[in-house]
Design a protein around this ligand. Structure first.
Ligand code: IFM
Length: 466
């Protein structure tokens, strides 16, 4: 059997975000975020869980850096909490919050671990939400100011920046369905306005990095992308897949890489909402400011079926038991414990398509992972075979994409630690490392051990060797 080796210098990382792991919501002058507020509203989060303690990482970060070194990863994706640096969202700067991330970055670099830093992973300062949050264009400039402060403080040491994590999810769950903070149920116009402001904030951060002129950091967006397939060959299903792809993927990628919103989607939105007057002259130039790489969060595909007449979107997502893959063979579709279809081969399709349609930007997989609830057994170990298989199969699909010429620079598994899974609380475990929330004891799962072997070999090692 040939060894599937990854390119030299490939980044093997794990990912987290501030609110999901840090805890210590009031430490060192931190301001309130929209998540600190949201979790206090009854019924918002399963089991009444909050991120008040989470993995207690804000206090245990040194031990967690040792754990990263033990896993042998050479990259760590984490996010900076905006309200730790700017409690009200804008100056004055809280020095203690800044010093925390500075120490974390230094500790990572001392161990040869590249920091991959996300500027916005959903914890907007609550004071800005009081002024309109992402509904308001003013938030864009506040974000640009915060981003500039991060570049000035850390730009000499951080090689990989990500601006906004999953703008589609922010608009969809935070502002349309009200399932995530800030919990609004706006209409589609509100949702698309938020998409636009997030994209504008992305572009403004890119401009600020160039202006700062510190270090040689690379910067990009981290959207969640889902390849779309029609549930049948019926033209209505094919159209449903095309349109939903416009909603989830092309709206963001066309804006960043082509400097335009896709014409079919613009028309659709205008029919539904009237003129998109929140898009001002020059905005798309800002949004399409050239970036250095694309972060891709990949979890699953979307298989679409038309539902004529349904508003606002005439389609629904179906979860098939088996599918005909683009390779022409029929494959069963397993699900994670959260019911998400596990479709590694669709990752190859997705990456090849991004390469073909958007000029082959260097890609980092910034998230990919699955919920499986395995905990420590009698031997004290966590035998999460399904996650081991998940990691193996997705890395095989990633390798296929690389062999087909897609420039992939790294892979960050979601997640490093089990953590606070937003409105779903702590029941959903994504980590390569198990966290006992009572004792804060960390146990590297079998999947973590397997991933460590892959990272050490810079190659796909067989699952049997796990
Ligand atoms: O936990 C989240 C993360 O914050 C954003 N992407 C998806 C993950 C799993 O749902």
């Amino acid at each position: 059997m040939t060894t599937r080796t990854f390119p030299d210098g490939f980044l093997w990382g794990v990912a987290t975000s501030a609110y999901q792991i840090e805890g210590s919501p009031g430490a060192d002058g931190k301001g309130e975020s929209i998540w600190d507020r949201f979790v206090r509203e009854p019924g918002r989060v399963a089991g009444g869980d909050t991120g008040d303690v989470a993995c207690d990482h804000y206090r245990r970060w040194r031990g967690d850096v040792e754990l990263l070194a033990e896993l042998g990863v050479n990259a760590y994706r984490f996010s900076i909490s905006w309200p730790r640096l700017f409690p009200s969202g804008r100056p004055p700067l809280e020095r203690r919050g800044l010093d925390h991330y500075s120490r974390l970055i230094d500790a990572l670099l001392e161990r040869g671990i590249e920091p991959v830093v996300t500027l916005y992973h959903w914890d907007l300062p609550a004071a800005l939400d009081d002024e309109g949050g992402w509904r308001s264009r003013d938030t864009v400039e506040c974000f640009a100011g915060y981003a500039a402060a991060c570049f000035e403080a850390f730009g000499d040491r951080v090689g990989w920046w990500l601006t906004i994590n999953e703008p589609w999810i922010v608009g969809l769950l935070g502002y349309l369905h009200g399932l995530h903070a800030p919990g609004y149920k706006d209409d589609v116009r509100g949702e698309v306005t938020v998409f636009h402001h997030l994209l504008l904030a992305h572009g403004r951060a890119v401009q600020e990095l160039r202006r700062a002129g510190v270090g040689d950091g690379r910067i990009g967006l981290a959207p969640n992308l889902s390849p779309h397939y029609p549930a049948s060959e019926r033209p209505a299903d094919v159209e449903a897949a095309r349109a939903s792809d416009g909603y989830v993927n092309r709206w963001f990628l066309d804006a960043v890489y082509r400097g335009t919103y896709p014409e079919d989607m613009r028309r659709r939105y205008e029919e539904l909402l009237g003129p998109l007057d929140f898009v001002r002259a020059g905005d798309l130039e800002t949004i399409s400011e050239p970036t250095d790489y694309l972060g891709v969060n990949y979890y699953s595909f979307r298989m679409m079926q038309a539902v004529p007449g349904d508003r606002p979107w005439p389609w629904r997502v179906v979860v098939p038991e088996q599918v005909e893959t683009t390779g022409g063979f029929t494959a069963g579709v397993a699900s994670t414990a959260a019911g998400t279809p596990v479709v590694p081969w669709a990752l190859t399709d997705l990456l090849v398509r991004v390469r073909d349609d958007y000029g082959a930007p260097p890609i980092m997989i910034t998230e990919n992972g699955a919920v499986y609830e395995d905990g420590p057994g009698p031997d004290g170990r966590v035998h999460d075979e399904r996650r081991v298989r998940f990691v193996h199969d997705h890395l095989a699909a990633l390798h296929d994409a690389i062999e087909r010429g897609v420039p992939v620079v790294g892979y960050c598994h979601w997640s490093f630690l089990d953590n606070f899974e937003w409105a779903l609380g702590y029941a959903q475990r994504f980590g390569l490392v198990h966290v006992d929330y009572e004792t804060q004891r960390r146990t590297v799962k079998d999947s973590g051990r397997y991933y460590a072997r892959v990272a050490a070999a810079n190659a796909l090692v067989p699952v049997d060797d796990a």
